[in-house]
Design a protein around this ligand. Structure first.
Ligand SMILES: *Cc1c(COP(=O)(O)O)cnc(C)c1O
Length: 496
């Protein structure tokens, strides 16, 4: 029997796992959720004999039931290969008495690689299984990080093309360089003269253009998205929570069944939601500590039960967490509402019309797994400096938010449970802010010099992803106006 998926807003819209991955978003605007969260039945003892890829198979086979064993294993081995600079894929580092789960050893040195390296393979297999012979064209608008991770994931994946639009003057120098040097004959990167919202609106328009969809279908193409609400991005993230527990068990740091906490630097709520799924599967997890930066809409939500996005958007030094609408929270809302799709739909309608909603007291009771916390920019910088002075380990600006939030929680509550800090980016990706937190003189605009100083301070080798940037050839030079985006897409599809 296949595990089926349905919309968070309507339980009669039912699809298989592979269909959910192809569709991305449900036609009613809801997110796909599994009809029941499967339980981990394999023992810790058996898991402790497995490597990352084998554990990935044990977790994913429970969810992706319409993929064969061979198909799934093929996706996993194509995803977690030498694109990662360490064989253990997601190393768990013990520093002092803390554990850091380093999710930044993939192609773009940030945690989005964990899911975006497998999604292209899940997607192309899904197309085959559903007799879709069209080539899949991924359209993405990016404010920096996701675009590069998606490009790296889809580069040279047979049966796909990827087109990324970014605001020409709205991303960092390193981010732009990472994108315009992307290799792969199926990759296209275009700067637009506009901001991120313009790019996103433009992409949505192309997606909703029925006439265009029909025209490209005749030429053998169909559009798809690599957005973080795709269930094919959520499920691979469950794996590293299981993996990190297995690592602690292997090293005799926990006994079987002993609960551990996770602290997760959060933006769109995808990463921490995967931890919630791991807990529901039976992994012994105590608290899930949701760490926000100054954009603390989630902290306020956990405090009050009111989600209110009507507030000032604050630019911080942890830009990947600068988010006011955490789209994956919808899945949690559905679960804490007792899987009531009508209630979920009402709340989400309220979010889109008023920018806010309030959950019931019963739903609030179901949030007891979660602790919300936040750190200001000053607190984030202090965390980088303190951990460095105490241990010599250098945190990036996102992981530092988690570190700061955890220390405040521990001091306040006195919880002595072993705790893993989920580390979402390499400090090399945000070198300028990290060096400033460490009290170093600024070296503006010179990422090469910044990396050299960081290497001396941390003793960690400069990652390949950064090293390669200095000599990489610029392959993408297209820039267009906002109203030319559709035309650019059609030109690309015409040429090939
Ligand atoms: C995307 C991102 C986050 C936020 O993760 P969500 O799943 O959106 O909550 C945190 N840190 C880094 C470095 C990221 O790139």
């Amino acid at each position: 029997m296949n595990l089926m998926y349905h919309s968070t807003r309507n339980s009669s819209i039912k699809v298989t796992a592979s269909e959910a991955i192809i569709q991305g978003l449900s036609p009613d605007g809801g997110l796909f959720v599994p009809e029941a969260i499967p339980k981990l039945t394999i023992s810790m003892n058996e898991l402790s004999k497995m490597n990352y890829l084998e554990i990935a198979y044990e977790v994913l086979r429970l969810y992706l039931t319409d993929y064969t064993e061979d198909e799934l294993k093929d996706c996993i081995s194509k995803a977690y290969d030498e694109k990662f600079d360490v064989p253990d894929i997601a190393p768990l580092k013990k520093v002092g008495n803390m554990y850091y789960l380093e999710l930044f050893h993939g192609a773009t040195i940030a945690f989005k690689d964990m899911a975006l390296s497998i999604l292209p393979h899940l997607l192309t297999k899904a197309a085959k299984k559903n007799n879709i012979s069209d080539e899949i064209v991924i359209l993405t608008a990016t404010s920096g990080d996701t675009g590069k991770a998606a490009l790296a994931g889809f580069a040279d994946v047979e049966g796909t093309k990827i087109i990324v639009f970014y605001p020409k003057d709205g991303v960092s120098k390193v981010q732009e360089k990472q994108m315009v040097t992307q290799k792969g004959d199926n990759t296209y990167v275009i700067g637009i003269r506009g901001n991120f919202d313009d790019a996103q609106t433009g992409v949505k328009k192309i997606f909703n253009d029925q006439e265009l969809a029909e025209r490209i279908k005749k030429a053998g193409y169909r559009f798809s998205s690599a957005n973080s609400i795709n269930i094919g991005r959520l499920l691979p993230q469950i794996v590293y929570y299981v993996y990190s527990y297995v690592e602690l068990y292997r090293r005799n740091e926990v006994s079987e069944g002993e609960k551990i906490n996770f602290v997760v630097p959060t933006g769109n709520f995808g990463n921490i939601l995967a931890a919630y799924y791991a807990k529901q599967m039976g992994l012994p997890i105590g608290k899930l500590i949701c760490a926000s930066n100054d954009n603390k809409v989630l902290f306020d939500f956990f405090q009050t039960g009111v989600y209110d996005s009507n507030r000032e958007f604050i630019l911080t030094i942890s830009p990947s967490m600068d988010i006011l609408i955490s789209s994956n929270l919808e899945r949690l809302i559905y679960h804490i509402a007792g899987e009531d799709t009508d209630k979920t739909k009402d709340l989400m309608n309220s979010l889109s019309s008023k920018g806010r909603y309030e959950i019931t007291s019963d739903m609030k009771k179901n949030l007891e797994d979660f602790i919300g916390g936040y750190a200001t920019v000053e607190e984030t910088k202090s965390a980088i400096l303190n951990i460095y002075e105490e241990t010599g380990y250098v945190l990036d600006t996102h992981t530092a938010v988690a570190s700061s939030v955890y220390n405040k929680y521990k001091d306040e509550v006195g919880d002595k449970t072993k705790t893993v800090i989920v580390s979402t980016a390499s400090p090399y990706k945000f070198a300028e802010s990290v060096l400033s937190a460490l009290g170093k003189d600024p070296i503006p605009e010179n990422d090469y010099e910044q990396a050299k100083v960081l290497k001396e301070l941390s003793g960690v080798a400069i990652p390949k992803a950064i090293e390669e940037l200095y000599s990489a050839e610029i392959r993408h030079k297209n820039v267009c106006e906002i109203d030319e985006m559709k035309n650019e897409v059609e030109e690309i599809l015409k040429k090939n």
